[in-house]
Design a protein around this ligand. Structure first.
Ligand SMILES: Cc1ncc(COP(=O)(O)O)c(C=O)c1O
Length: 387
């Protein structure tokens, strides 16, 4: 069987496979401390579930418009205005099967063979594969730990070539937890505008920022930037709705129309009753977001304190999302080797940084209970001492 070169060029998602390995060990009865998960460990709030159940019970089970139901697109438009200072008409908003799907739609609609897409590294592992699927070329820019793992204006400028089509910005960031400041975002926006480079702004972790840091939407900084920006967001992280598979993007009209067309042929529409749940999420009480963020913050502070006591490992204190990227390069193992040994010897699962383009690191997710974090960090500390 001859697979397509497109399929052959892909590597499967390492973070999902780490997670399933840990789950398999757990189901064999092993006491595994899992730091691999990329999803909130909370349940979806009841009022959201109730809205989806009501939709099912009243027969809201048919195809919907391919870009999503009008009332949800309207609610997203209002949310983007209120939370992000972004003015998008509902016609510019495409609801999809997750922010992941929105990112892919955005890349597929705008990038093609011959184009280069700048991806600051470490990066969320799906971006390069999406760029390759579109036939374009990912160009990685290694960010520095001393810059908080954030691409600088100069680094962006230096990576630019006549073929540069897009930069992918993800703040708050997976896997580093970095949050770009308003000034840093403005610097990136200005460079992009000078050369008319598209900006894919993945804002899926926008609600998870700590220590008074603010989330800034790059498209809100001025019309010249808005016209170049595709803003991606979704329901997975803010409302603990990962399994519902619902996200969205907002873009200039021509891009939104192209994506509507792509989506209509590929998935028809996002799940009908999940959209009703998403509508309830946006319209309902937002307290669950604050509660979840406070819980993540408490865990973040604990895990950061624990890392401070392990001299062989360094971290940059994360200001957002629910990840810590640990630099393990002093311990002399590749990230895959380190993660494998940590799992087999100490029953602790982490994601090797090679998955995010940085073999000196491993990623810890603190989207797990404080008890698991405490036990897991005890084991991790002991394990590091044995190396
Ligand atoms: C940076 C980033 N973008 C997008 C997604 C995907 O979100 P969704 O579940 O809405 O597809 C994730 C999920 O881990 C992520 O980390």
């Amino acid at each position: 069987m001859q697979l397509s070169s497109r399929a052959n060029s892909l590597t499967p998602s390492l973070s999902l496979s780490v997670d399933s390995k840990a789950k398999a060990m757990k189901s064999e009865g092993l006491d595994v401390c899992g730091f691999g998960a990329g999803e909130p460990d909370f349940d979806t709030p009841e009022h959201i579930k109730a809205a989806a159940i009501a939709a099912l019970e009243t027969g809201f089970t048919k195809y919907t418009p391919s870009s999503g139901i009008p009332e949800l697109r309207q609610a997203i438009s209002e949310k983007l205005e209120k939370d992000n200072g972004l003015s998008y008409k509902p016609s510019q908003i495409i609801v999809s099967t997750g922010a992941k799907h929105s990112c892919y739609n955005a890349i597929l609609a705008t990038c093609q063979p011959g184009d280069e897409v700048i991806i600051p590294s470490p990066y969320w592992l799906s971006y390069p594969e999406m760029v390759r699927l579109a036939g374009a070329e990912p160009i990685f820019v290694q960010t520095k730990e001393e810059n908080g793992w954030k691409i600088t204006r100069d680094e962006f400028e230096n990576a630019m070539t006549p073929r540069t089509k897009m930069i992918i910005l993800n703040s708050p960031n997976n896997p580093t937890g970095a949050v770009y400041t308003r000034e840093e975002i403005a610097g990136i926006a200005e460079v992009a505008a000078e050369e008319e480079i598209l900006i894919l702004s993945d804002e899926i972790y926008e609600k998870l920022v700590y220590d008074g840091h603010e989330h800034v939407s790059i498209g809100s900084l001025g019309n010249e930037f808005y016209d170049l920006t595709i803003t991606v967001n979704g329901f997975s992280k803010a409302y603990a709705m990962t399994g519902w598979r619902l996200g969205y993007l907002a873009a200039p009209e021509p891009i939104a129309r192209a994506i509507d067309s792509i989506q209509s042929h590929v998935t028809s529409n996002p799940c009908s009753f999940a959209q009703k749940g998403a509508l309830a999420a946006l319209k309902g009480d937002q307290q669950s977001i604050a509660d979840m963020r406070d819980e993540f913050d408490m865990r973040r502070q604990y895990i950061v304190e624990r890392f401070a006591k392990i001299p062989s490992v360094s971290i940059v204190k994360p200001n957002g999302a629910f990840y810590v990227l640990a630099n393990i390069s002093k311990l002399g193992l590749t990230s895959q080797n380190f993660a494998d040994r940590l799992l087999s010897k100490a029953n602790v699962s982490v994601v090797p940084g090679i998955a995010f383009g940085d073999d000196r690191t491993v990623r810890f997710s603190y989207a797990t209970s404080l008890d698991v974090i405490k036990k897991g960090m005890d084991r991790f500390e002991d394990f590091c001492r044995t190396l």
